[in-house]
Design a protein around this ligand. Structure first.
Ligand code: BES
Ligand code: ZN
Ligand code: ZN
Length: 487
C-alpha cells in the first residue's frame, strides 16, 4: 500500500470523516454530502451505523462518523483510519482519497497525520494463515488530503512504515502456531534479523546454559523435545550513549507442565512467546531507524511441556543468582525463565532493563485486554513510559511492587516459592515481586502484556490474534531516552 499526501483528490473514491459540530462542519464537507447525511439521519458515532456510502456527482463516497468535536483525539483518528480502510476494502479497490481536518479538530498536524498513517498500516494486516487464498479487494494507493500539508511527509511516512512493518513481523511470529514457530524458528528469525541489520548475535545453547548455571530456564525447558536456549542480540550504535536491555518471555507453548492447563486455557498458549517477539520487533525497528543508543535483547526460549523429564511441583531449583526456589506450580514458568535472564542482565551493567511478558492470567482479570500492567523502579522512567503509552494509544496502568506481599513468596525449605501463598491473591503483583528478587538494576521496568498481546476480537487497527502491543510505545520512549538526564 502506497500512501501519499496530495491537495486534490485523484479518482472517484472519497472517504470523509463526519463529526458532531453544527457550526463548522457545513464549511468543510461538500454541501451535497451534508444534505444527504442530514436527510438520512442515521449516522451515529463509532457504533454499527457509523458509516454510510453515497454516490454524488460520479463520486463513490464513504462517510464515517468520528464522534463529537471536543472529544476528537489521536485515538479517534486511528479509529477513523482503520474504519476507513475496512469499509473501503469491503466494496472497492485501487486508489482511495481520505480527507482529514487536523486544524478543525485542534490536533497538531504532524501528530494527526502520523496517527492516521500508523493505523492505516497496522489495519492493513492479516495473518496469512494456512487457508487457500481468499480473494480480497486490495487498496493500492491512499491519498491523504488535509487542510495543511506536512512538510516532511516522506520522512514521517518512512519512519512509520518501518515501525509498523516491525509490529507486523512480531504479529506474524506470535500468530504462527507452535508447531511452526518453535524454538528453532525463533532462533532462525533472530539470526535473519541480526544479519539484515548488522547486529551481533550470540545463541547460548543448553550446554553453555548448564555451565552458566541457568538452571531455571533449563528446568522449564526440560520436558520438551527442543532444547531451551538464550539468545542475546546487540545493537551497538554509539559507545558514548547508554545501553538499554530488553528481555522477552519466550515460551513457545505453555501447556502448564505437570500442572496442566485445563481445557480452553490452552487455546492461545502459542502466544506465550509474545514478549520475545516484541523484543525482536523493537530491535528490528530501532536498528533500521538508527536510533542513537545501544540495545541488548535477551530472549530466554523454552517450551513448557509435559514429559518424563519435566520439572515437577516440589522440585527445588537454584538458578543463575543462586537463590533457591521451590516449585509450587509448573504453570508459573514465565517468572522462572525471566528470573535467569534478569539476573544475567545485571552482569551487563545496562542503564535500564525492560522486560515484556505474558506473565499472569491475573493481569487479564485486573485490567482486561486493552491495558498493559506496568511495574517501575524509577519515577522518571515511569513517567516517560506512561506518557509514551498514552501518546501511542497503548495504555499502561501501574501496579505496585508492594513490599508487604514479599512475605507471600517466602518459603520454609527454600528462599522462595514460585507462586504466592495464598495462591490466588494479587497474582500480577506476585509475579512482579518474584522477578524483583532476581534483578538489582535500579531502573528496571516490568510490563505484563498477558491481556493485550493476543486478543479474541478485532479492535480497530488490532486484528484478532497478536497485536504487537508495546513495540510502538517503547520505541517512542527510546527515541527520547537521551533526554532523560537524572537516571
Ligand atoms: N502464560 C501464562 C499466563 C497467561 C494466561 C498469559 C492467559 C496469557 C493468557 C502463565 O505462564 C501462567 O500460566 N500463569 C499462571 C500463574 C499461576 C500458576 C500463579 C496463571 O496466570 O494462572
Ligand atoms: Zn504458565
Ligand atoms: Zn506462560
Amino acid at each position: 500500500m502506497q500512501i501519499n499526501q496530495i491537495e486534490n483528490p485523484s479518482g472517484s473514491i472519497l472517504v470523509y470523516p463526519y463529526w458532531d459540530d453544527d457550526e463548522e462542519i457545513n464549511h468543510v464537507l461538500p454541501q451535497k454530502l451534508i444534505k444527504k447525511i442530514e436527510n438520512d439521519n442515521k449516522l451515529t458515532p463509532f457504533a454499527k451505523n457509523n458509516y454510510k456510502r453515497y454516490f454524488i456527482d460520479q463520486n463513490d463516497i464513504i462517510v464515517i462518523h468520528i464522534g463529537k468535536k471536543n472529544f476528537i483525539n489521536l485515538d479517534s483518528i486511528r479509529q477513523f483510519s482503520s474504519l476507513a480502510l475496512k469499509r473501503v476494502k469491503k466494496y472497492l479497490f485501487g486508489e482511495v482519497n481520505i480527507f482529514l481536518f487536523s486544524k478543525k479538530w485542534n490536533l497538531k498536524n504532524n501528530d494527526c497525520i502520523y496517527a492516521f498513517l500508523e493505523s492505516l498500516y497496522l489495519s492493513d494486516y492479516r495473518f496469512k494463515g494456512y487457508k487457500k487464498e481468499e480473494k480480497l479487494f486490495d487498496i493500492k494507493k491512499v491519498n491523504i488530503i488535509n487542510e495543511d500539508k506536512v512538510s516532511d511527509f516522506d520522512k514521517i511516512n518512512e519512519k512509520c512504515r518501518i515501525i509498523c512493518d516491525s509490529v507486523k513481523m512480531t504479529r506474524d511470529l506470535i500468530n504462527e502456531p507452535a508447531n511452526i514457530c518453535n524454538i528453532d524458528y525463533i532462533e532462525k528469525k533472530s539470526l535473519q534479523i541480526s544479519k539484515e541489520n548488522n547486529l551481533n548475535i550470540n545463541v547460548i545453547d543448553k550446554k553453555k546454559l548448564e555451565k552458566m548455571g541457568m538452571n531455571l530456564l533449563l528446568a522449564v525447558g526440560r520436558g520438551s523435545i527442543e532444547e531451551p536456549r538464550l539468545i542475546e542480540i546487540k545493537y551497538n550504535q554509539d559507545n558514548k550513549k547508554p545501553t538499554i536491555c530488553l528481555i522477552g518471555k519466550g515460551i513457545t507453548y505453555d501447556t502448564g507442565g505437570i500442572n496442566l492447563k485445563p481445557g480452553s486455557a490452552l487455546d492461545d498458549m502459542k502466544s506465550d512467546m509474545s514478549g520475545a517477539a516484541t523484543v525482536l520487533g523493537i530491535i528490528n525497528a530501532c536498528s533500521k531507524l538508527k536510533l542513537s543508543l545501544n540495545l541488548i535483547g535477551l530472549l530466554p526460549l523454552a517450551e513448557n511441556s509435559i514429559d518424563g523429564k519435566s520439572f515437577r511441583p516440589g522440585d527445588i531449583l537454584v538458578g543463575f543468582n543462586k537463590k533457591s526456589i521451590e516449585i509450587k506450580n509448573t504453570d508459573a514458568e514465565g517468572r522462572l525463565i525471566l528470573a535467569d535472564a534478569l539476573s544475567y542482565s545485571d552482569t551487563k551493567k545496562c542503564n535500564t532493563v525492560i522486560d515484556f511478558a505474558t506473565l499472569t492470567g491475573a493481569a487479564i482479570v485486573a485490567l482486561g485486554t486493552k491495558i498493559t500492567a506496568g511495574f517501575f523502579k524509577n519515577k522518571t522512567i515511569k513517567k516517560k513510559i506512561l506518557e509514551a503509552g498514552r501518546k501511542t494509544g497503548e495504555p499502561i496502568w501501574e501496579l505496585p511492587l508492594f513490599d508487604d506481599y514479599k512475605e507471600m513468596i517466602k518459603n520454609d525449605i527454600s528462599d522462595l516459592r514460585n507462586i504466592g501463598e495464598p495462591p490466588r491473591e494479587a497474582g500480577t503483583i506476585i509475579g512482579a515481586l518474584f522477578l524483583d528478587e532476581f534483578i538489582e538494576n535500579k531502573n528496571w521496568v516490568h510490563l505484563d502484556i498477558a491481556g493485550p498481546a493476543f486478543i479474541k476480537e478485532e479492535a480497530f487497527y488490532n486484528k484478532k490474534g497478536a497485536t504487537g502491543v508495546m513495540i510502538r510505545t517503547i520505541i517512542e520512549f527510546l527515541e527520547n531516552y537521551n533526554e532523560i538526564v537524572d537516571i
